[in-house]
Design a protein around this ligand. Structure first.
Ligand code: NZQ
Ligand code: ZN
Length: 380
């Protein structure tokens, strides 16, 4: 087990009817006003918006609103919201929505202190401070509610890139799983696949701290079982709550403890797919890549994947486990090949160039361009 420091500064308030605490918590932190960032309207339908406004008003916190964050959020809107936040004199950023809204809010919180927020993504400027960030999560999957990462797309350059900084951890995140009962099942499944992927990115690494592996196996099983239950009954609160908390734990630092870092090639590949085709959701892009990645690498090094096959799928053979993984994702209605995602064969070269900005990709299994081409062909 590698030595580690674990520090996660985000306070979580979790459960039904907890959102009313938001305004009082912000007030306690000395916040007098904020910029509220939201997506394209789902928070009006699930009731989160009305409750947020009620709580802010009761606490006497002034606010301005910035709507319109899209799935696979765009740099241009983040820049506009930064200008709005400056003009308003925002003392805090409040994100209400899914991962795309939270990531935009992180870019805004940091961007207020930079010449241009995109400089942080391309490593031209360092994030040295950010406005305090509060979040109300309405879609579990990314883990953004309890981590210091944000992913934004620059449409002009077809780059979907990320930042990671201790300054953009939310100060407080409120997770009321009941807001998620309005999700179309496909979005629930996208979130589940994302959370599964966050665990798998660490799971096959060289170091095998038993405690981390065992926690990760419990998370993988819980996420899969809860998603099955929600497919039958979207109003099952216990399933929502267990899925939501598992997704938070899948990328808040816990799932990689005692390891040098995960692989993250599948995430790199997916980010290129959805940079080129923003209509592809992150979870579905991962569903098309991850089983193929395991299939491809297990031909070279089968022993690495055996524990996963046995513990998660109760199979002695990795290829049978991959088959069961894929059919589970298909049973949730996810596309499991690049063809199903409507990627055209003549786009593969462009996708390869977008991914290969370094000579190899992947922290654990280092793939060169030709190996990556073979993987993409297998995923096609
Ligand atoms: O636009 P609104 O109205 O908010 O609707 C959203 C959107 O259409 C809708 N939605 C959210 N909550 C809902 C709801 N619909 C009904 N009921 C609710 N309760 O769902 C749609 C998708 O939302 P989005 O925020 O895009 O999804 P998700 O949470 O999966 O976020 C995906 C983004 O996060 C990035 C992904 O790459 C992608 O850009 N990631 C962020 C990470 C992080 N910050 O740590 C790590 C991940 O690996 C990932 O890369
Ligand atoms: Zn992800």
């Amino acid at each position: 087990m590698e030595s580690f420091t674990f520090h996660n500064p985000t306070q979580i308030i979790f459960g039904k009817n907890q959102l009313s605490q938001l305004g009082a918590q912000m007030h306690k932190d000395g916040i007098q006003n904020c910029i509220l960032i939201a997506g394209r309207g789902s928070i009006r339908k699930n009731g989160a918006y009305d409750q947020v406004i009620d709580s802010l008003e009761k606490a006497g916190i002034k606010y301005t609103e910035a709507w319109g964050v899209e799935a696979n959020p765009r740099l241009a809107l983040a820049r506009e919201i930064i200008a709005q936040a400056k003009e308003f004199g925002a003392q805090a950023v409040l994100a209400v929505g899914g991962g795309s809204v939270l990531d935009t809010a992180k870019a805004v919180a940091a961007g207020l202190y930079l010449k241009d927020i995109w400089n942080a993504f391309i490593r031209k400027e360092m994030i040295k401070q950010a406005l305090p960030l509060y979040t109300v999560l309405t879609l579990s999957g990314t883990g953004s509610e309890m981590n210091g990462n944000a992913v934004i797309t620059n449409i002009d350059t077809s780059q979907k890139w990320s930042i990671s900084s201790p300054f953009i951890y939310p100060r407080l995140s409120i997770i009321d799983p009941s807001f998620q009962s309005t999700l179309p099942f496909k979005q629930t499944a996208n979130g589940a696949m994302d959370a599964i992927s966050h665990i798998l990115e660490f799971y096959f690494a060289d170091e095998k701290p038993i405690v981390t592996l065992t926690i990760n196996e419990a998370l993988l099983r819980t996420i899969t079982d809860m998603t099955d239950l929600l497919q039958k009954d979207p109003l099952d609160y216990n399933a929502r709550a267990n899925l939501a908390w598992s997704a938070t734990l899948a990328l808040n630092g816990l799932s990689g403890i005692g390891m040098k870092g995960g692989d993250w090639a599948c995430h790199g590949i997916e980010h290129a797919l959805s940079a080129l085709h923003p209509e592809i959701s992150h979870g579905e892009g991962l569903a098309a890549i991850f089983p193929a990645w395991i299939e491809y690498l297990s031909e070279k090094e089968p022993s690495r994947f055996l524990r996963w096959a046995k513990c998660i799928w109760n199979e002695e053979s990795v290829s049978l486990a991959v088959r069961r993984f894929r059919s589970k994702l298909q049973s949730w209605g996810l596309a499991t090949s690049l063809r199903d995602l409507s990627i055209k064969p003549d786009e593969l070269d462009q996708i390869l160039d977008m991914i290969m900005v370094t000579p190899t990709i992947g922290g654990v299994f280092k793939l060169n361009k030709e190996e990556l081409r073979s993987l993409l062909m297998l995923a096609y």
